[in-house]
Structures are given as C-alpha cells and as structure tokens.
Design a protein around this ligand. Structure first.
Ligand SMILES: *Cc1c(COP(=O)(O)O)cnc(C)c1O
Length: 369
C-alpha cells in the first residue's frame, strides 16, 4: 500500500542530521523546530496559522474545545469517515449527529447537513475524504448563513485546494473556523510516530488553540483554561521539516499514479473510478474504486491479494454500525449511501514511489478478474 522505508531511505542524511540536532540540543519539548515547522507549513498552506499538537484526533478535540460549545451541543459529522471524526465530539460530551455522504465524492452531503441543523447545532465537521475537498462552497455558505462553525478534518487532504465560484482559491483546512490534520506515518505528510496540527486564519483563535494544547496555560504555571497535554515532539517537528520539502513532489507523484490508474481502469466494466470535483484538486491520499456488485468486492480483493497486490477497505463499517456509537440510536438503512460504500469501496496501492509498471500490473490483474 505504501513504501515508507524507501521514501525515508532517500531522505536518510537529512533525517539523520535533524535527529542529531535535536539530540544535541536536548530541547525535546517545544524546541525551536516546532515553531519553525509550523511557520513553514503555514507558508505552504497560503499563510494560515499552524498550531502543532500530538495527533490528528487531539486536533479535532482542540478544535471543538476552542468553540466553547455548551454541553450536549450537536456536532454534525459524515456517516462515512474514520471514527476519530466523531470520537472527539463524543468524548467532550457533545452529541455527534450523523449525515449521509455524496455517492460520487464520498464527502459530506451539504443538503443532508442543512436538513440536520437544529437550534442546538454547534458545529459542522467536514472531512476531505481520500484527498479531495468536500463541497466547501455549499458548506461555507451554510456555516455563514446559520452562524454554525465549520471545522475541516483535513487529515487526508493536506495541500489540496478548492476554487470558489467567486474565483478565489483556498487550501483545504483554511476555509472553516478551524482545520485539523494528522501526521500519522501513512498520511501524505507523515512523521515517524504520532503528530498533528490545527490550521486557522484567525490570530486570536490560533492563540487560544496554542493555549489549549499546552495545559491551558498563558505562561508557565499560569492556567487560564482546562486544556490538554498535546504537543508535537521537537523530534517529530524536525523530521517533518525534512519531509515537508518533499510534499509538493510527492503530491504530484500521487496525482500521476492516479492519472495512470484512471486511464488503465476507465474501460473496465463493473468498476467506478474516483470522481473528480472540478472545483477541488485531489491529493490522492487514497485511490478508491467501487466494485459495482457488492458481492464481488471481497472476491476481487482476494484475487488481487493472490497476485501480490495489497488493497484496503476504508471503511468496512459506517460509524453508526460501530458498537461504541450504538447509543446514538441510529438504525441500519438510515444512511444508505454510506452503507453502500462500505460494501463496494476498495483502495488500491498508491504512494509516490509506485512505478508505472506496478500500476499497469495492478490494472491488468483487475482487468483479468
Ligand atoms: C488519520 C485520521 C484522523 C486521526 O488522526 P490521528 O493522528 O491518527 O489521531 C482523523 N480523521 C481522519 C479523517 C483521519 O484519516
């Protein structure tokens, strides 16, 4: 699915040097590389404030904490996502309200969001799933019209951009009140452990998030709020500085792999290749096809595996079918698009070092099946 060892081998001297510098400085927590990395990532993402934290799940928790919502406030989340998207809301005593996703892009359906709004709605969390922006035009309009905060879970779409009808273009994560991201090793910008960050264009909110991520303290031993211990290690920040330099080239390489898959798979009957929203760039965290007959999806996965091609199912269960979220009281059949996707999606190998021959081989195996 990915080849991190080879990606890192190509960067080994720079990664070694970063490690040595942090070891020598012994500034393991909040060392200088943290702020430098945040500034460099912010610059790459169009000048937004970046607040590093310990992981992408904490970033979601911190984003919600910064909204200072009343207990029990409703948080609208897509029914087809990684569980962290609603886990943060649930842990904070907020109420996750699920809505269905679009059958083409797999992203949260703005019409369903609008229908789910109540006077208790405190936030909408949009996920830019698999590397393509959700419909930020419609979501931003709903957020503004109803005075409900928009949070962007951008763990999978770092560097993707969205073009608004006004002609303005924005980076994923920099449109809503807060964007969140993850540096989990397998993400498009991954560190060598856990890491995450928040993104905002609002200077006051950036200061609040920075405080919340560091025990709510304004300065050492002076605590304004109840916060989290959620900091990005200096070591991870130093390694991420090296990996960030590679991100534009890696994104382009992923897009080239996706274009090759598109060309090779477009004519294969029984499959749907990923839909492209013309307003969004797609950074292809995943290349996810749909097998139109659900009963054949697992057969195809097995066949590919037998031919040496790993695949993954993101995600096999919609969140409302997870035992942990049974208390929300949803029933099977309430989110038909999400439920259908769980039975039909198949993510193929995609990473910057996947060769043309490998892509051709995967497509040939699928065609043979
Ligand atoms: C990876 C991911 C997260 C969580 O990030 P961690 O760093 O693993 O906590 C949240 N949301 C989505 C959509 C993700 O893909």
């Amino acid at each position: 699915m990915l080849n991190l060892a080879a990606e890192h081998a190509a960067l080994q001297p720079a990664l070694d040097e970063a490690l040595r510098e942090v070891m020598a400085s012994a500034a393991f927590i909040q060392g200088p590389a943290v702020a430098t990395f945040a500034a460099e990532l912010g610059e790459y993402l169009g000048g937004a404030h970046v607040v590093p934290c310990a992981n992408g799940t904490d970033a979601l928790t911190l984003a919600l904490l910064s909204l200072e919502l009343p207990a029990g406030a409703e948080v609208i989340v897509p029914a087809f996502t990684y569980v962290a998207t609603l886990e943060a809301a649930a842990l904070l005593g907020l109420k996750p309200v699920l809505v269905d996703v679009r059958p083409d892009t797999f992203n949260i359906d703005p019409a369903a969001v609008e229908a789910a709004l109540t006077p208790r709605t405190g936030a909408i969390v949009a996920v830019h799933l698999f590397g393509q922006c959700a419909d930020l035009e419609a979501l931003k309009a709903i957020s503004t019209r109803h005075g409900v905060a928009l949070i962007e879970d951008n763990a999978q779409a770092i560097g993707a951009t969205f073009r608004f009808a006004s002609g303005e273009t924005a980076f994923a994560g920099a449109v809503g009140e807060v964007g969140t991201t993850s540096f989990f090793p397998s993400k498009n910008l991954g560190c060598l452990g856990d890491g995450g960050a928040l993104l905002t264009r609002d200077t006051a909110r950036a200061a609040l998030l920075r405080q919340l991520a560091n025990h709510g303290q304004s300065r050492k031993y002076h605590h304004q709020r109840i916060g989290l211990n959620s900091r990005l290690d200096t070591l991870q920040a130093a390694l991420l500085r090296v990996k960030l330099r590679q991100l534009p080239a890696n994104t382009a390489a992923r897009q080239a792999v996706a274009a090759r898959y598109d060309a090779a798979l477009a004519g294969v009957p029984g499959l749907t290749i990923p839909a492209r929203d013309p307003r969004s760039t797609h950074v292809f965290h995943q290349y996810t096809i749909q097998v139109n007959e659900p009963e054949r999806r697992d057969e195809l996965q097995h066949f590919l595996s037998g031919c040496g091609v790993p695949t993954m199912i993101y995600y096999p269960l919609p969140v409302h079918a997870q035992p942990a979220y049974a208390y929300l009281g949803y029933r099977a059949g309430q989110f038909p698009v999400a439920e259908n996707l769980c039975g039909t999606v198949l993510s193929l190998p995609i990473h910057p070092l996947l060769t043309e021959e490998q892509v051709t081989y995967v497509a040939e195996v699928i065609g043979g099946f």
